[in-house]
Ligand binder design. Structure first.
Ligand code: ZN
Length: 146
């Protein structure tokens, strides 16, 4: 059987990518940095190993505010695309909105639950994690402390 292949594109279509195989982690994220960077009340991150990702067209623009954290987005239409953290080297997170079939990525946890907006409610039974769900390399620490 061929490996799972998911296709991705930004709103304008200038950036197109593919990811092969299954993601290792999918989570809601209620943290305030991502809220501001992405423009929604929360997002869902889909985690892959960087070598599963292949850019097919265009080149996202990158931006870093927190040392070690690199976000990417389409320079033409602004679609948020990815998140990389030097403290978690083998993990690439893609925004669920970048996927052509976001319905295929049910989240596994609610992360940064303590920073959710007061009117955000979910009826799911997923674990509520008040901080990051992935351990950072101690040398870098957590992005919020940098
Ligand atoms: Zn675009």
């Amino acid at each position: 059987m061929a490996a799972r292949l998911e296709t991705c594109a930004c709103f304008c279509g200038a950036v197109v990518a593919e990811v092969e195989g299954d993601p290792f982690w999918i989570c809601y994220d209620h943290d305030d940095d991502c809220r501001r960077a992405i423009g929604g009340p929360l997002t869902i991150w889909v985690g892959y190993r960087p070598d599963q990702f292949q850019l097919k067209r265009g080149k996202p623009k990158t931006f870093s505010k927190t040392p070690g954290v690199t976000r990417s987005f389409c320079a033409d239409c602004g679609t948020s695309i990815s998140y990389l953290d030097a403290g978690i080297v083998d993990e690439l997170y893609l925004t669920i909105g970048f996927f052509d079939h976001p319905e295929r990525f049910p989240p596994e946890a609610q992360t940064y639950w303590r920073l959710r907006l007061p009117w955000v409610e979910f009826a799911d039974e997923l674990p509520r994690i008040d901080e990051y769900s992935r351990p950072r390399n101690a040398k870098f620490g957590n992005p919020r402390d940098r």
